[in-house]
Design a protein around this ligand. Structure first.
Ligand SMILES: Nc1ncnc2c1ncn2[C@@H]1O[C@H](COP(=O)(O)OP(=O)(O)O)[C@@H](O)[C@H]1O
Ligand SMILES: [Mg+2]
Length: 1111
């Protein structure tokens, strides 16, 4: 089995001697040296036989893991390095397998590691015992009882941050299979004085700080607490509130969870914390002095608010509580009288009440836990008890508590000695070996001094307490001096033997304990032993409407009339110690003796003085001596044989004969003397440790040799295995490689063959192809030659044929010429006479024909304005001109024929205008491209005009437009509408469309205009005849944009009417007849500042001269 790191480490580095029984020489110094040596190598456990000596390492060591537990499980105690697990396993297995109830007694002074050791045991048992839902629940409850009890029963002291302030004995109960089924916890003497006061640097019980730090604010409010510990007198006086290594808030949650797991009801948990809160608050109650009328002292509560809140918390009347704290009832001759407390008395009563509440609460908690964890079924059970009790205490000042504690330790030492010796003796008897007497200090005499009936110190104290009248601590001391003066372990200053001893005060006595001398101050002995609470207080507590409080103070029930005095604290403790001793004696004991290495909680330092002191009072040397009385070492034969079989050739490697024979062979082989050993029934006993060490040494050497041998063989074997493996592997690898290589070669060859094959085939194919190509080329060449040959033949034939044809043609021509020559020869004289004129005529006709055909082919377009005409030879010039005129006329005629009547009339008008004005009037050319529109105002459709022409019959309207009419009298110009019809001139007012006058057209005789730019015309009338009313008015002058059109159209109208054109004169002057006067009208050009046109002229009349000026 592989060892865990810690055990492996320890085995390999085992320093000193792990079982002190084997120490040689056996001295206190050697023992402590051994412990120190081991401690410096973190080997904190050392055996004395089966007792474990444990030195507190004050640091975490890797020794407590589940793996380590697995290693220690079911192993023999000496097989592995010393450990608590080893004796736990031993105890557990003896209990389970041999049906022996066990107890493990853990002792040592405060801070030596007792409580930690008890947890280690619990951890071990929890892991190795069975599993299952119910079992796990029980385990969990048992484990959870620890944090709860530690919270209420532990406190930070100068020696230990988590010091147990109570003694604890816990029975774990198992069924026949070894599975835990429940347990019982017994608590011893809680240090209740701590509730009211602590020495500087120490703290009150953890729970007070945990509650304030960890409870949520609303809960604290319901408890009427503030979260600051500084606010509470019971917490703030020692000057220590916070401890670095402790997380109070976290611990509080653990406590709550623990209580829930154990099975506390919600209401119970609340009640518990209400009581804790009440204690804190009561601690804050203060008193003020009051002088009574009868001269006695009295007091009042000065902070009544606090009392009111406590009363609310506990559900009692404030007044009752106040009364109980400030007064007490005294019975005087069967009468009950109330007397007031002084301030000091009240404070004493208050603290006593708080201590009582707290210590009773603690006992109740233990009881309540027991209710939960007790075995519920009626079945046989096996028990394993763990006792974690305060060790021997020696302080500067030792009081009642130390006395009680040390008494308990004396008792434990006593049974330790008794049991060890008894066991030793029993073993000798069992093994049939002669018993040798052992000298050791028996502390029964001290136990007697303390506990003996009637004369023991406890009895004397009780006697004093019961005495009526004035008993004090002093009278108690006197009584002690009297009774114990002859006792060798009792010392007092008044005794003769100690009179000169200044270290012994007068108010103290000294006991010579097995572990050392302790001086006890008698101050407080009587009071603490009495442990009485004023009846008024217990009644007030009973009267509370608080379930738990009522339960804690049953004696406060007024109906309980029994006035029997309760047993004193001392006698109660004595009874419980005796009970405990009885319990322990009935079980198989196992011991863990804890040692504290230094006073400073330092890891790694071991103070020799401090350790020596503890070694002494734990009686460890005594222990070793007892163990070594006679024979230092014993071992079962089989185990001895197993361990040392390599020391004899016969027994190595295995011995199949009788075990004792085998052992004897080994011993003989090692030449061990007969008086050094004894053969028991089942065990071999060795007298001196040295013999064992020699054996061990030889074994070590032999082991070394064997190890080398084994190593050698093993290495050879491993190497050979390795070699064979390599060989096999090599064969595999090489076969694989060859296969692979062959495959590769094959593939390569195959590829090469293929390549060669393909090259050959390609070469062959190419050869065939070349032959085929040659063949083909030969074929083609033949065809080609054939083709060219045939072509050549054809061409030759063609040339021959052509030649023949030309020859034929030439023959014909020659023949023709010949014939011509013949004819000419025959007709030569005739030809010369007629041929000349004939040829000339022929030539002329040909030229004419060519000219005419040219004209025909190049005729211009039919447009009358197209002036193009084909050129002609000079000789036909006149013919060409004539032809051009003819052609023009012809095309004009053709054009005319296409015109409508209206177009014809318009053209006639334009032609007339041309006749009249061409080259005479400056403004004429601009009128040519403008068509004569006539009705510029579109009055033909006008209704008023229709009305006018229906009256005048001027249906043929030729012109209508607004005109400027020149006033004949003064030359002013006015605008009028002029309408010209085929019949007349009509002047109409253009605004009203009313006819002003109408001049028949035939009355116009002449029209005068200037050749200039003006657009004026003078219309001359016929000479009036027979009172012609139109002519009488005379000539008139009008101007208009379209003056050319007006003049032309009116002339044509006159001509149509009279068949004669009116005379039209175009000159700068004319004479006119305006009414009856003749006027010379003169046009003048070049006037400055005038615009051209009608508005541009200026007309002035001076008698018979009208001057028309133009720009
Ligand atoms: N085995 C251990 N390994 C590590 N630390 C330990 C061990 N035993 C004790 N201690 C330390 O010493 C402190 C005091 O131990 P504790 O068991 O409470 O002492 P005791 O119960 O004897 O007064 C513990 O809080 C812990 O820090
Ligand atoms: Mg403890």
């Amino acid at each position: 089995m592989a060892l865990h790191l810690g055990a492996q480490y320890i085995l390999e580095h085992n320093v000193g001697i792990s079982d002190a029984v084997l120490l040689h020489p056996l001295t206190e110094e050697a023992f402590i040296e051994n412990i120190k040596k081991r401690f410096s190598h973190e080997q904190i456990y050392t055996y004395i036989g089966t007792v474990v000596v444990s030195v507190n390492p004050y640091k975490k060591l890797p020794l407590y893991t589940p793996e380590v537990i697995e290693e220690y499980r079911s192993r023999n105690i000496y097989e592995l390095p010393p450990h608590i697990y080893a004796i736990s396993d031993e105890a557990y297995r003896s209990m389970r397998d041999r049906n022996l109830d066990q107890c493990i007694i853990i002792s040592g002074e405060s801070g030596a590691g007792k409580t930690e050791a008890s947890k280690v045991i619990m951890q071990y048992v929890a892991q190795v015992s069975g599993k299952g839902r119910e079992i796990d629940r029980v385990k969990e409850q048992l484990l959870q009882s620890n944090p709860v009890l530690e919270a209420f029963g532990n406190a930070k002291t100068l020696r230990n941050d988590n010091s147990s302030r109570f003694g604890k004995y816990m029975d774990i109960e198992f069924d026949f299979k070894g599975d835990p089924i429940g347990g019982v916890i017994t608590n011893y003497l809680l240090e209740k004085s701590r509730v009211a006061s602590q020495i500087p640097g120490e703290r009150n019980f953890h729970i007070f700080y945990q509650l304030l730090a960890g409870a949520d604010p609303t809960f604290l409010e319901t408890l009427k607490l503030s979260p600051k510990p500084e606010n509470y007198g019971f917490l703030n006086r020692s000057g220590c509130i916070k401890v670095d290594a402790i997380d109070d808030a976290k611990d509080f949650n653990m406590v709550k969870t623990g209580m829930e797991v154990i099975g506390f009801y919600r209401t119970e948990i609340t009640e518990v914390f209400q009581l804790v809160a009440s204690v804190l608050k009561l601690g804050n109650v203060e008193f003020s002095h009051r002088s009574n009328a009868d001269g006695t002292d009295g007091c009042d509560i000065s902070n009544t608010g606090e009392i009111a809140e406590v009363a609310q918390l506990l559900g009692c009347l404030e007044q009752n509580l106040t009364n109980a704290l400030t007064q007490r009832t005294v019975e005087v001759k069967r009468d009950k009288v109330k007397t007031d407390f002084s301030v000091a008395g009240a404070v004493y009563a208050r603290d006593a009440l708080c201590k009582a509440i707290y210590s009773r609460l603690f006992s109740w908690l233990v009881q309540r836990i027991n209710d939960s964890i007790k075995v519920k079924t009626e079945q046989t059970r096996k028990v394993m008890g763990v006792l974690d009790i305060y060790g021997f205490e020696v302080f500067q000042t030792n009081r009642y508590e130390q006395f009680i504690i040390n008494y308990c330790n004396e008792k434990l030492q006593q049974i330790f000695i008794e049991l060890t010796l008894k066991e030793e003796q029993e073993e000798y008897i069992r093994e049939g070996i002669e018993w040798i007497h052992v000298d050791y200090f028996n502390n029964a005499v001290i136990c007697d001094l303390i506990e003996k009936n009637n004369v023991g110190i406890l009895a004397l104290l009780d006697e004093q307490c019961l005495l009526p009248g004035n008993v004090t601590d002093k009278t108690f001391l006197e009584k002690l001096n009297q009774t114990c003066k002859d006792h060798p372990h009792f010392e007092s200053r008044t005794l003769k033997k100690n009179q000169s001893d200044r270290t012994l005060p007068h108010d103290a006595f000294r006991l010579k304990h097995y572990a050392g001398n302790v001086t006890y101050k008698v101050d407080g002995f009587i009071d603490k032993n009495n442990d009485l609470l004023y009846r008024d207080l217990s009644q007030a507590m009973y009267a509370c409407r608080h379930n738990l409080m009522k339960k804690l103070f049953p004696e406060g029930n007024p109906s309980q009339k029994s006035l029997k005095r309760p047993p004193t604290a001392g006698s109660q403790f004595k009874a419980s110690v005796q009970e405990l001793m009885k319990n322990l004696l009935s079980k198989n004991p196992n011991y863990i003796r804890c040692i504290k290495p230094n006073d400073d909680k330092q890891s790694g330092t071991l103070d020799l003085e401090i350790v020596k002191h503890q070694v002494r009072y734990l009686g460890l040397m005594e222990n070793i001596r007892v163990k070594r009385a006679g024979y230092a070492y014993r071992q079962i034969y089989a185990q001895f044989l197993y361990r040392y079989k390599m020391l004899a050739d016969e027994t190595w490697p295995s011995w199949h004969g009788d075990v004792v024979e085998g052992v004897k062979l080994i011993l003989a082989n090692q030449k061990i003397q007969q008086d050094e050993i004894a053969f028991g029934k089942s065990k071999l006993f060795i007298r001196n440790p040295k013999t064992l060490f020699d054996l061990e040494e030889t074994r070590r050497e032999r082991m070394h040799f064997l190890a080398t041998l084994i190593q050698k063989v093993w290495k050879g074997h491993v190497k050979r295995e390795h070699f064979l493996l390599m060989k096999r592997s090599q064969v595999v690898i090489s076969s694989r490689f060859r296969g692979f290589y062959g495959q590769k070669q094959y593939k390569k060859k195959k590829a090469a063959t293929l390549l060669l094959q393909c090259c050959t085939r390609r070469w062959k194919a190419r050869k065939v192809l070349a032959e085929l190509k040659h063949e083909k080329r030969c074929q083609l060449a033949a065809t080609d030659i054939q083709k060219h040959y045939r072509g050549w033949q054809a061409r030759k034939l063609l040339a021959e044929l052509k030649h023949a044809k030309r020859m034929e043609w030439a023959a014909r021509v020659i023949h023709k010429y010949y014939l011509g020559w013949k004819v000419r020869k025959n007709y030569k004289p005739k030809f010369r006479r007629i041929a000349g004129p004939k040829v000339a005529r022929f030539m002329v006709v040909a030229l004419k024909r060519k000219f005419l055909l040219n004209v025909r082919d190049k005729l211009p377009s039919l447009s009358p304005v197209d002036n193009k005409w084909p050129s002609s030879p000079k000789m036909y010039k006149s013919a060409s001109d004539q032809l051009q005129v003819m052609h023009h006329k012809w095309r004009c005629r053709k054009y005319r024929r296409k015109l409508s009547e209206a177009q014809k009339y318009t053209l006639r008008e334009k032609a007339t205008a041309s006749d009249i004005f061409k080259d005479k009037k400056v403004i004429y050319p601009e009128s040519v491209p403008r068509p004569f529109k006539g009705d510029y105002l579109n009055i033909r459709g006008d209704m008023k005009w229709k009305k006018i022409h229906s009256l005048t019959n001027d249906i043929n309207l030729v012109f209508a437009d607004l005109v400027h009419k020149v006033n004949r009298a003064n030359g002013k110009i006015v605008q009028q509408l002029l309408v010209v019809s085929s019949q007349a001139f009509l002047v109409i007012d253009h605004r009203t469309m009313t006819l002003k006058y109408r001049i028949p057209i035939e009355f116009i005789e002449k029209i005068s205009l200037s050749p200039f730019q003006d657009k004026l015309a003078v219309f001359h009338m016929k000479k009036p005849e027979n009172g012609d009313r139109f002519a009488k008015k005379g000539d008139f002058i009008i101007g208009n944009e379209h003056i050319i059109e007006i003049v032309t159209k009116s002339s044509l109208c006159v001509k149509n009417k009279t068949n004669t054109m009116p005379e039209i004169s175009i000159s700068p002057q004319c004479s006119g007849q305006f009414g009856s006067s003749a006027v010379q009208v003169s046009f003048q050009q070049g006037a400055k500042g005038l615009e051209p046109g009608i508005p541009g002229v200026k007309v002035t009349r001076k008698k018979h001269l009208m001057l028309i000026s133009e720009p």
